[in-house]
Design a protein around this ligand. Structure first.
Ligand code: UTP
Length: 292
C-alpha cells in the first residue's frame, strides 16, 4: 500500500489583530488592508496562497475588519462603471484575482487573544488535514512565492514545516527562534522553539517567519488556551509541543521578507516593491535620489 502524501488545500489568514503599531491609520481600517504600492497586504498573501495551489481561504477576522470581506467580493457598481467607460486594465485590477465563489470562509476571533488563538478559531473549518497559515504583515519578495517553495519541499519532509530566515543575533529577541538540529542550508531539523527569547538566551539566530504548513494535531494543544509570552496564546508554544510527535523542519526560503507590522519595515517594503515594478520602478529610483 502506498503512503499517500496529503495535499495542502486550505490556508488560514489570521487577520484579527488590533494593529496598534499603526494607529491612527488602523483606527477604522484593518492593518491587513494597508497597501504596499497599490495592493493591500492581505491580497499579496492570498495571491501567494493561490500560486501555491491553495483552494480554500479561511480568514480569521475581528471587529472592524469587514473591508477585508468586501475586498474579496465582487463590486458590481464599480465593475459596471469601469466596463461602461472601457477601462479594461482597471477592471482586471479589481476582479482578476478573486478566489472562486464558495472558496472563502470567514470566522471571527471574538477577542484578540493571540496568534495561536486566532489559528485555533479556524479548527472546524480546517478539519483533519494539513493546512497552511500566512501572516499578511510578513511580506516576501521572492523569485518564486515563499509558500510555493515550501509546498514543493513538503512531500520530502511532511509533518510541520515553518519558514525561517537568519537574523542578526541582537534581533533574536523579536522573533520565535529555532533550536536547530541537522541543517543542510535549506531544511533545518527543529529540536526546539522559543518565542521572543529574553536577553541573549536565544538558542540560535534562525527566526520563524509567518508562513507555516502544519498538521491538524496542533489544534489539540491550542485547545488548552495556555498563555505564553506577552500573556498571549502563542502559536509558537503549540508548535513547540509538536516536536518529537511528528517530523518538524524549518525551511530557509529564497527571497527577502519585510516586516510590514512595523513602520520602518513597511516603509522599506514600499521602496523595494516599487523599485521592482516595471511601470514605476525607474521613476521611483529617480525620485529617491532627491532624498539620499
Ligand atoms: P501582530 O503580532 O503583529 O499583532 O500579529 P497585531 O495586533 O496585528 O499588531 P500590533 O502589534 O498591535 O501593532 C501578527 C498577525 O497575527 C494576527 C494579526 O492580525 C497579524 O496578521 N493576529 C494577532 C490575530 O489574528 N489575532 C490576534 O489575537 C493577534
Amino acid at each position: 500500500m502506498t503512503n499517500m502524501i496529503p495535499r495542502v488545500r486550505k490556508a488560514i489568514f489570521p487577520v484579527g489583530g488590533l494593529g496598534t503599531r499603526f494607529l491612527p491609520a488602523t483606527k477604522a481600517m484593518p492593518k491587513e488592508m494597508l497597501p504596499v504600492v497599490d495592493k493591500p497586504l492581505i491580497q499579496y498573501a492570498v495571491e501567494e496562497a493561490q500560486a501555491a495551489g491553495i483552494e480554500e481561504f479561511i480568514f480569521v477576522t475581528g471587529r472592524g475588519k469587514t473591508a477585508i470581506e468586501d475586498h474579496f467580493d465582487r463590486s458590481y457598481e464599480l465593475e459596471r462603471t469601469l466596463a461602461e467607460r472601457g477601462k479594461q486594465a482597471e477592471l482586471d485590477a479589481v476582479n482578476r484575482w478573486l478566489p472562486p465563489p464558495g472558496s472563502t470562509a470567514y470566522t471571527r476571533q471574538q477577542e484578540p487573544l493571540g496568534l495561536g488563538h486566532a489559528v485555533w478559531c479556524a479548527r472546524d473549518l480546517v478539519g483533519n488535514e494539513p493546512f497552511a497559515v500566512l501572516l499578511a504583515d510578513d511580506l516576501i519578495l521572492a523569485p518564486k512565492p515563499c509558500l510555493a517553495q515550501m509546498i514543493e519541499a513538503y512531500p520530502e519532509v511532511r509533518g510541520n514545516l515553518i519558514a525561517c530566515m537568519d537574523v542578526p543575533k541582537e534581533h533574536a529577541r523579536r522573533y520565535g527562534i529555532v533550536d536547530p538540529g541537522r541543517d543542510d542550508g535549506k531544511l533545518i531539523q527543529v529540536r526546539g522553539l522559543v518565542e521572543k527569547p529574553p536577553g541573549d538566551t536565544a538558542p540560535s539566530s534562525i527566526a520563524v517567519i509567518g508562513r507555516y504548513v502544519l498538521e491538524p494535531s496542533v489544534f489539540e494543544h491550542l485547545e488548552r488556551g495556555a498563555k505564553g509570552a506577552g500573556g498571549e496564546i502563542q502559536l509558537t508554544d503549540a508548535l513547540a509541543a509538536q516536536i518529537g510527535r511528528s517530523p518538524f523542519h524549518g525551511y530557509r526560503f529564497e527571497g527577502k521578507r519585510f516586516d510590514c507590522g512595523d513602520k520602518v519595515g513597511f516603509f522599506e517594503a514600499q521602496i523595494a516593491f516599487a523599485l521592482a515594478r516595471d511601470d514605476i520602478g525607474a521613476a521611483v529610483r529617480s525620485v529617491l535620489k532627491n532624498y539620499i
